[in-house]
Design a protein around this ligand. Sequence first.
Ligand code: 5GP
Length: 235
Amino acid sequence: MKKEMLYEGKGKKIFKTEDENLLISEFKDDLTAFNAEKRGNESGKGSLNCKISTEIFRLLEKNGIKTHLIETISDTEQIIKKCKIVPIEVIVRNVATGSLTKRLGIEEGKILPFALVEFCLKDDALGDPFINDEHCLLLNLVPNEDCIGKIKDMARKINSILSVFFDAKNLRLVDFKIEFGFTQENELVLADEISPDSCRFWDKFSNEKLDKDRFRQDLGNVKMAYEEVLKRILN
Ligand code: 5GP
């Protein structure tokens, strides 16, 4: 049973349950971009992200990736394992766009020669700055160097599984952001969500954007794009 709210983030609310090892994650309709400088709301978005993320986490579990997801209990709610979140945004990129092109001047749309794994510090006040492996150790964001290796290996494996899956759905997985946590048993697991809020999906043939860039760039039809992603996942 859902008890008091523990935390409210930009895309989700987290509630306690009667079991101290389990939490409920509720997906919200709110949309934010540019470190919450731009705000919006799309009715039904929370439900779409909950369904999409559930399908993706189940697919990853089937392929040997441990996650925090226990069960999806409603259109917008999941029961998840309580985790100590590693305060790092792990970004994986297959195609250059977004902040990568701005930062390094790489041509927009260039297919990268290998999947690039990047880290950002999860800190809204600092604007989620870019950090490297040594910053992770310096700031004690991870227990040791081995953990950084494990995070990178899991991120690359997740990218391989999802790139093949989405290619079959005629979607290009351009880039995505994931988060990890340690369970009460100290196991490193995939946490948070994987949805069009945290990924870039381009149609394989037309390069049409089917993700939160529609909101960021005022392209319109945000909900239709998320619905299209869910439809292709379920097909
Ligand atoms: P970029 O660094 O190009 O802005 O984003 C790279 C990828 O990570 C994109 O798929 C973007 O959606 C995701 N991403 C980066 N930062 C965040 C964040 O703070 N929240 C979410 N949900 N996704 C993010």
